[in-house]
Ligand binder design. Structure first.
Ligand code: NAP
Length: 297
């Protein structure tokens, strides 16, 4: 079982990856990191992590590798591309992908890993940047159960809950269902806020009601500032990344003959959000998309 001092490699120091890797370093793991844009490694260097030259260089010296990159193409690049991690991982090591890439990409990566004697777990997370900083994410995990037990302390350094769901791809599938719910919740909040403010109710007062009633939730709490003052808040999760998730969810629905009409409608609103220039903006920009203009105080 992984313990303090276990050599762990981490790839993907984006908005989520930085706080997750910082929590690994602070939990006492012997950490090496790699990110495509090297400058983003700086906060981890300050935590004492070694910066590797490329994914293969990182992989060569570790027992566990964790990846947190944007999408299926990015995950396949860091594992299977030139200087990819998979070719260099030692026998008996474990790879954990925590990005949201869907079950098809997980299937390809798990098969390639298995051919090399490497255990592969899909362990995407729910929660956002503030939740990652507090190590309060929930991991949903698929793959070999013994590998899960072995690396559970690594997951526990970054997450409050680790829920094992079964065979490879189960975590990735669960995450798509989960994010479809997040998109719908975000859409519902946006519609309620824009409707009530057009009717003359102060936005903050309306938000107080939403956050206090039976629909109160951690999501409503941590999104409060993003919805009330979108121009003053750091981006937590972009509309472009959410649309990547909805596309994967709708594809899965089509494959399994499960209609997802509300998810499809929410996906169309995200297309409009990107068209209005909010692609790199936070998900709360869906409200601005419905307003037809940026929020004014
Ligand atoms: N933000 C959230 O609230 C949240 C919550 C749960 C799950 N997620 C999921 O977690 C993952 C990361 O999200 P994030 O918000 O941290 O995204 P982000 O800030 O956009 O970071 C993306 C990371 O992926 C790397 N990357 C992208 N394309 C690459 C490629 N072709 N090769 C190598 N590296 C590549 C980026 O490297 P560079 O620095 O070089 O661009 C960066 O490190 C996504 O799958 C997302 O859907 C996000």
């Amino acid at each position: 079982v992984a313990e303090r001092g276990t050599r762990v490699g981490f790839i993907g120091l984006g908005r989520m990856g930085v706080p997750m890797a910082v929590n690994l370093a602070r939990a006492g793991f012997d950490l090496a990191v790699w990110n495509r844009t090297r400058a983003r490694c700086r906060p981890l260097e300050q935590e004492g992590a070694r910066v590797a030259a490329d994914p293969a260089d990182l992989a060569a010296g570790v027992e566990v590798i964790v990846t947190m990159v944007a999408d299926p193409a990015a995950a396949e690049a860091v594992y299977l591309g030139e200087h990819g991690a998979l070719q260099a991982l030692p026998d008996g090591s474990t790879a954990i992908d925590m990005s949201t890439i869907g079950p098809n990409a997980v299937g390809r990566l798990a098969a390639a890993a298995s051919a090399r004697g490497i255990a592969f777990l899909d362990a995407p997370v729910s929660g956002s940047v503030s939740v990652a900083e507090a190590a309060q994410l929930t991991a949903m995990v698929g793959g070999p159960p013994e590998a899960f037990e072995r690396v559970r302390p690594v997951l526990a350094a970054m997450t409050a809950k680790q829920i094992y769901l079964g065979r490879s791809g189960s975590g990735a599938t669960m995450k798509l269902a989960y994010n479809a719910m997040i998109a719908l919740t975000n859409e519902a909040i946006s519609e309620a806020l824009v409707l009530t403010e057009r009717a003359g109710i102060a936005r903050a007062d309306a938000y107080d009601v939403l956050a206090a009633g039976v629909l109160a939730s951690p999501f409503l709490d941590y999104k409060r500032d993003a919805f009330l003052e979108p121009d003053r808040q750091a981006v937590a999760f972009t509309t472009a990344l959410m649309q990547k998730d909805l596309a994967l969810a709708l594809e899965l629905g089509r494959t399994l003959d499960v209609p997802m009409p509300a998810t499809a409608a929410s996906n169309e609103v995200l297309t409009l959000a990107r068209r209005l220039g909010y692609g790199d903006g936070d998900l709360a920009r869906v409200a601005d998309t419905l307003r037809g203009h940026p929020a004014r105080d």
